[in-house]
Design a protein around this ligand. Structure first.
Ligand code: ARG
Length: 565
């Protein structure tokens, strides 16, 4: 708790105690609010809840309390208005808050996760398909959540759990043997894999026996058929080559690439354990865990032919991660479409008696569509992520050229802004909401967009390049645009904590937007360069704090800092 809040709580608690009632410091703290409008003070104490405890009217309580603050240090004035007690801190408080911001000391934040490990499973595409719009959410939300936990001092382990083990890989093998060749694959890359997968879908509609062949092929894979394994390895290598490029463009790195196949040898033990604990039931030859008691369909563990399934692999993978990392949290970021899958296997894990099940967290998000178009991956009618990026970059370049004629770094800036715009769009709303991208909504430099944040950051950076900092401003009295901005910037640590608690990057994106609004108001109403004296020095310092916090927000969201636009 900071000093000034401490002072308020102490005085209020003593007052309540003096009236023969009780109020803990913690409860007093919870009552304090930051008024939306700084004209109503820097902090407010609504007296409505005290009214019950003290059996008195809120406005009468506020009137009595106000007297307690006479001559107390740290307040410029304290006012009772209706049932509220409003506190005004005065410039000393703002100057010291600004100093705190400039110290760049985040040890309090880093304390939160000290010694704790968070495993994050995100992106995890199914191999042999190019990145499409459907992968954007898990990739950028997962990465942002990872960055947020990093900032909170956790040790994070990011895992790309490639979908590289399942009947779809059997389909790819059958299709490859029928309609493709190694040469074609080497030449065309992942596109060829997609072509034959789509072809398989079409052909299997005419000839369902192809599906049996695919299942048989996967069975061969699971039992270690070297020829099949070799083909499968090639699929994987080609896919990873493609994915790595996209991750590079996004600036995303994984600590571990542990696809579903990695757990093949760990599955038998899990199946055995399920059997021993008498959780498995035979259902038309397949092995399932009955979850009807929990109002869920059964979890499928083994198919009739003995091959494993998605839930089986997830259980084995979670056990392995627990053995390896003793995680404090293991986080899975996927579309909300997979919520049932996670609820089912979490339940099975609980029934197995694993106490770490309480630390498994599914982080779902809504669908993402483009101009109203959803993706339809099996028909081949998909919106490719790289196409979206290319177009965003081209559009960003056009806007930048219009704005700023002579800039040698145009290419790099366009790439940062174009991609940042798409990333920001995917992180702008509460993750569970559906997002529909439009180019205007994504790329405008004025709306609630990524380019607006990056542009504001660049504006702050440009002011700092042109000014000379270092002079004194200790007797400067900030005006309201300035105190607003300091208040906003001071919320950084609490905001990041909240984003981590809720696994919610949009808390950071909204916060970044609100900093931009405050900064731009300050920038338009308060002349910085050329003002001279303490005002100029104070304003440069404030601009520097803004640049630093906004830069941190961009880092957390996984967007590039743009020093100039
Ligand atoms: N490969 C899956 C897909 O593309 C996502 C995997 C998510 N992670 C997990 N542990 N199940 O739908």
């Amino acid at each position: 708790m900071n000093g000034i809040k401490n002072t308020i709580c102490k005085l209020v608690c003593d007052y309540v105690a003096g009236k023969g009632a009780e109020l803990t410091a913690e409860n007093a703290l919870a009552l304090l609010e930051t008024p939306a409008d700084s004209k109503l003070g820097d902090l407010a104490l609504p007296c409505f809840k005290l009214s019950r405890v003290l059996r008195n009217r809120p406005d009468a309580i506020a009137q009595e309390l106000v007297g307690l603050f006479d001559g107390v240090d740290g307040f410029e004035r304290v006012e009772a208005v209706g049932g509220y007690l409003n506190f005004f801190f005065g410039s000393g408080k703002y100057l010291s808050d600004l100093q705190k911001l400039l110290n760049d000391d985040y040890s309090e934040l880093e304390e939160c996760g000290k010694g704790k490990t968070v495993v994050l499973d995100f992106s995890s595409p199914n191999i042999a398909k190019r990145f499409h719009l459907g992968h954007l959410g898990t990739t950028v939300i997962g990465n942002a959540v990872r960055n947020i936990f990093d900032a909170c001092g956790y040790k994070t382990v990011s895992i790309n759990y490639l979908g590289d083990w399942g009947t779809q890989n059997g389909k790819q093998i059958v299709a490859f043997k029928k309609w493709s060749s190694r040469e074609q694959l080497e030449r065309e890359g992942i596109k060829e894999l997609e072509r034959i997968y789509v072809l398989f879908g079409k052909e299997a509609e005419k000839d369902p026996s192809l599906n049996d062949q695919a299942r048989a092929a996967f069975r061969e894979l699971e039992s270690g058929n070297e020829e099949y394994l070799e083909i499968w390895r090639l699929f994987k290598e080609i896919s990873m080559r493609e994915y790595t490029q996209t991750y590079k463009r996004l600036g995303i790195e994984f600590d571990v690439w542990g696809g579903e196949s990695f757990y093949t040898d760990k599955m038998p033990a899990i199946v055995e354990e399920l059997r021993e604990k008498q959780l498995l039931k035979l259902d038309e030859g397949a092995s399932i865990v009955d979850l009807s008691e929990y109002n869920m369909p059964p979890a499928l563990i083994l198919k009739r032919d003995g091959t494993t399934l998605y839930p089986t692999r997830d259980i084995a993978a979670a056990q392995d991660r627990y053995n390896e990392y003793s995680f404090d949290k293991c986080v899975y970021v996927t579309s909300a479409g997979q919520s049932l899958h996670f609820a089912q296997w979490f339940k099975v894990t609980e029934l197995m008696g694993k106490d770490w099940v309480k630390d498994l967290v599914h982080v779902p998000y809504g669908t993402m569509s483009f101009g109203g178009e959803k993706l339809a991956s099996r028909t081949g009618n998909i919106i490719l992520l790289n196409d979206v990026f290319d177009e965003a970059v081209a559009k960003a370049r056009a806007i930048i050229e219009e704005k700023n004629v002579a800039n040698e770094n145009k290419e790099a800036i366009s790439e940062a802004v174009g991609i940042g715009a798409v990333v920001f769009s995917a992180l702008a709303n509460s993750r569970i909401k559906d997002t529909n991208f439009t180019w205007e909504g994504t790329l405008s430099f004025e709306g609630n967009t990524g380019p607006y944040v990056q542009y504001t950051y660049a504006r702050a950076a440009s002011v700092l390049r042109r000014g000379t900092q270092g002079g004194d401003y200790s007797s400067y009295t900030p005006v309201s645009e300035e105190t607003e901005l300091i208040r906003k910037l001071s919320e950084f640590v609490d905001t990041v904590k909240r984003a981590a608690n809720e696994y919610e990057p949009s808390i950071i994106s909204r916060y970044a937007l609100s900093i931009c609004t405050c900064f731009n108001q300050f920038y338009h109403n308060c002349r910085i360069l050329g003002t001279g004296g303490e005002a100029e020095q104070f304003r440069l310092a404030l601009t520097s704090a803004t640049r630093s916090i906004l830069g941190r927000c961009l880092d957390l969201l996984g967007m590039k800092r743009t020093e100039e636009i």
